[in-house]
Each structure stands twice: as C-alpha cells, then as structure tokens.
Design a protein around this ligand. Structure first.
Ligand SMILES: C[S@@+](CC[C@H](N)C(=O)[O-])C[C@H]1O[C@@H](n2cnc3c(N)ncnc32)[C@H](O)[C@@H]1O
Length: 472
C-alpha cells in the first residue's frame, strides 16, 4: 500500500546538481571530488547498500526507508536516491549474471578485506549491462570511487580494465545468461526444480528478472479507473498500470479511491466474501492491503499486527482511504478475544513469490529459514482456529512459493485438527485465471501466471491461499 516513486530499470544518466557522499564507507571521500563528478555519490551509496543487503542481510526496503537515509544516502537529492535504488535493484535482480561475468574477466579473485571493491564493480556492471547509462560514465565513476578509498585505490586499473572488457562483451554475456542457473541462488533453483519441474522453475525464474507490475485495487468501478489511470482491468478485477509517474500524483490517490496491491495479493481477502456486519480479524494486518479490502466491503475489521511501526502505516493508509478498523498492536500468540466470524491469516513467510518485486529476498533468505517460518505459521494457524466461531471461515495465505508454507501447512493442520475442513475455492472466485486452483481447491499463483507480451502487463506475485471452515 505504499506509494514509492517508480523508475524504469533503464534510466538515463543525468547531469544533476552538486552532490556529496553520505557516510557510505568512504571515510576519505572528498566533497570536492564528489561535487566535481555528479552521480558519484549515488554510485558510492549503491555499492555500500549492496554490501549492506547481500553481506549483512539488510532488506532493500530498510536500506531505502526514510530512517536509513542518514546512514547511507545523506546529502543525496531525490533523483540520486532514485538512481542509487535503480542500480541496487537491477544489480540484485541480475547478481548471478554479473558475478559470473566479472569472475570470467578477473585474472584472480578480489581481496576480501578491500571492503567495497567488489560492490563498486558490481554496481558499475549493473549500469553497463542493464541500465541506460553510457559505458564511459559507469566506468569513470567506478574508477573514481575505487580511488577514493585508500585500500581499494591500487585496484583502480583493474576496475578500469575489467569494466571496459565487460562493456565490450555485453552482447555475449547477456546471450548466455540463464535465469535459473545464473540469477537464482542455487538452493532456490534446486528447490523449485524439485517442486515445480524444470520448465515451470525456469518460467518462474525468468519472470523474476522482469520489473514488477504496478497493480491497484479500486474501491469500485475498475473499468472507470482503468480508463482514468491509463491501465487495463485484469480478469481478477485489479487494475494494472504502465505509468512511471509518481503514484501519489495519479488521479484518485489523494481521494482514497484505490490502493497499490499486487493482483494476486488481492485474491485472499475476497475468499472470505466479506459483507457488512461480518466481524473479521486480520491477524497479520500491516500495512493493510487486505484489511482495506475487508473494510471497503463493509466488514467490521480488527487489524492485529505485532509491529507498531507497520500499523502506523496501516492507520495512515486507512485514513487516506477513509476506511475504519480497530487496530491492535499484539503478538497473536497471546491474543485473547471473543471468537470472530472469520479470520484472515496472511502469515509471515519467506516471500519467495515476490522476488520480482523484492529481489533482495533471493539473496538474504536461507534454506534453513523455511523450517523456522513453517513452525511459526503452524502455531498461527492453530490460533486462528481457536479464535474463529464454530462454522466460521479462515483464509490462510502466504506470498511464498515453498509448499512448506502453503500446501503442506494445510494438510498438516487438517491431520492434527479434525475440527477443520477445507472449503474449496472455485475458479470463478478468482477471475478464471488459468491454472491457479489446485486439486484440493487451493489457490496457487506463480510469477509466470497471467503472461503478456509486454512484461509491464505480465505476471502475478506467487501466492498460496486456502479457505478453511471450523466445524459448527
Ligand atoms: C505478510 S505481512 C502482512 C501483509 C498484510 N496482510 C497486507 O496485506 O498488507 C506479515 C505481517 O505479519 C506480522 N507478524 C509477524 N509475526 C507476527 C505475530 N506473531 N503476531 C502478529 N503479527 C505478526 C508482521 O509484522 C507483518 O506485518
């Protein structure tokens, strides 16, 4: 439900205002040097943030959140922040390809203790291979960034040579780059091959290399809003936009007529068939996309989340949308409440279905996280059963492609609790999108679903959802 500024991956190099680097790890970076070379601080920040994400497991959102700006982005203007974000995003999306290409061009491995050298090269390679930045600018600024740090300065010649060769070999590098073998971490590629088979795993990995779509959920009249916003109405009822304009500037945003929500993320709340007077608990509610759907349908919504910060965003979103929910900051493990007519459980998960949107996930999540999160989800499901009325409905969902967080979670619940039944989802409930309902009547969307020739109109986040009923 955020309204981030959107920029295309292919972004022009700009001669902007004078900039100065923030505290980006280049302690001796001179302000004068930066002022003489617009765009240099953005490159320095991008390299430092890539190190924060891949090296220290910070999330992309966290690194570019307003709270993070003083640490890495201090002093950069909005256009340079957007440029740094474009570089980081595409570098993460194509990290495997970039690393393989640099590996072939380097005579020997880079010394590990030279902190930002590898990331300076990777950020520059991302510009050369995937952004609309002139090669000479990407190379020149990377060499300058390398010279600014005492330890990396001796490698300025290597950086220059490697990046020039990379630019010369661009076409071959791109031609041989493989989405599954190069741009998917090996543990995930192996998992997806096993779960989905070679062809589907490849299609998922390929979809993850595209920029994400921009979908909105409208309060009413999708056709009207598609026309006003220059978008298309999807079979699921969401409106898909192709604009690169700032979201907050679009018609209807300030009036609270719609909110940003991936088309697949908009499906689970609908499965509860919310209606006026229905008491629904949203167990993991923030930032509130699904809770807004429930409230917009007239349901009496209790929005619970353990993150007070994220609930502030929910409250702000609800205020803009002129919707109401009772907001409770709580860990649902200890929640006590009179039973609800229905519970929506959008559980915390690995989020591997949203890699196209959040390419950092591919590199900061680990195979061992699956079991840890599955245990959390299982306890949350038990709590949902406890707090729904007999005869009440639960919708469980995750934005994960991993069966332990989806299909297997539900089969285990049904085995351990005979009071719970599946309430199968019918294709008509989710817009008749081909192949998204499994044989148990559960929803399983994949990034490769809803294909279109234009990547801006193609794909869905990977979601799992099951509808359950507590016996009366
Ligand atoms: C997938 S997000 C929810 C997205 C939200 N449903 C929406 O549509 O905007 C998962 C949420 O679960 C919350 N969460 C994680 N563990 C929790 C717990 N034990 N109790 C309550 N909330 C929790 C997180 O703070 C996070 O906001």
């Amino acid at each position: 439900m955020n309204a981030p500024p959107r920029r295309p991956d292919r972004q022009r190099n700009r001669k902007g205002a004078l900039n100065r680097p923030g505290q980006s790890g280049y302690a001796d970076a001179s302000r004068l040097e930066a002022e003489q070379h617009p765009g240099l601080p953005a490159r320095i920040a991008a390299a430092a943030i890539l190190n924060d994400i891949v090296g220290k497991s910070h999330s992309l959102e966290e690194c570019f959140s307003p709270g993070a700006i003083p640490a890495r982005l201090g002093g950069l203007d909005a256009r340079d922040v957007a440029l740094a974000r474009s570089i980081v995003t595409v570098a993460l999306r194509r990290l495997g390809t970039i690393r393989a290409a640099l590996g072939e061009l380097l005579d020997k491995a880079l010394p590990r203790q030279v902190s930002y050298l590898e990331w300076t090269l990777i950020a520059a390679a991302a510009q050369i291979l995937f952004l609309d930045v002139p090669d000479h600018a990407a190379v020149d600024l990377a060499v300058r960034a390398t010279r600014l740090e005492t330890k990396s300065a001796p490698f300025a010649g290597v950086v220059n040579g490697v990046l020039r060769n990379l630019a010369r070999g661009r076409d071959q590098i791109l031609a041989k780059s493989d989405p599954l073998d190069d741009d998917t971490p090996p543990w995930l590629a192996a998992r997806w091959r096993k779960i989905y088979g070679e062809a589907l795993a490849r299609a998922i990995a390929s979809a993850n290399r595209d920029e994400p779509t921009l979908d909105v959920t409208v309060k009413s009249d999708p056709a009207l809003w598609a026309e006003r916003l220059g978008g298309v109405v999807l079979p699921t009822g969401s409106v898909r936009l192709t604009t690169h304009a700032a979201i907050t500037e679009l018609p209807g945003y300030a009036d609270g007529e719609w909110w940003v929500q991936d088309a697949a993320a908009a499906l689970p709340a609908r499965l509860l068939d919310p209606s006026p007077g229905m008491r629904i608990a949203d167990f993991c509610a923030a930032p509130g996309g699904k809770a807004a759907q429930l409230a917009a349908a007239g349901a009496t919504v209790t929005a619970i989340d353990r993150s007070a910060e994220r609930l502030k965003r929910l409250a702000a979103n609800f205020a803009r949308l002129n919707l109401h929910a009772d907001i409770i900051v709580a860990d649902i493990a200890g929640l006590k409440a009179p039973p609800f007519d229905a519970v929506l459980l959008d559980a915390p998960c690995l989020a591997t279905g949203t890699i196209r949107r959040h390419p950092d996930i591919a590199w900061i999540k680990k195979a061992t996280d699956v079991a840890t999160l599955a245990a959390v989800q299982s306890r949350m499901l038990d709590k949902a059963v406890e707090l729904v009325k007999p005869g009440g409905v639960i919708v469980y969902c995750t934005c994960s492609l991993e069966p332990e967080e989806g299909e297997l979670q539900i089969s285990a619940l049904l085995r351990r609790n005979p009071d719970v039944l599946r309430s199968p989802i019918l294709p008509g409930e989710v817009g008749e999108v081909a192949g998204v309902i499994n044989q148990n009547g559960e929803l399983r969307t994949l990034p490769s679903h809803l294909p279109a020739d234009d990547p801006r109109l193609s794909g869905l986040d990977g979601f799992f959802a099951a509808r359950l009923m507590r016996r009366g």
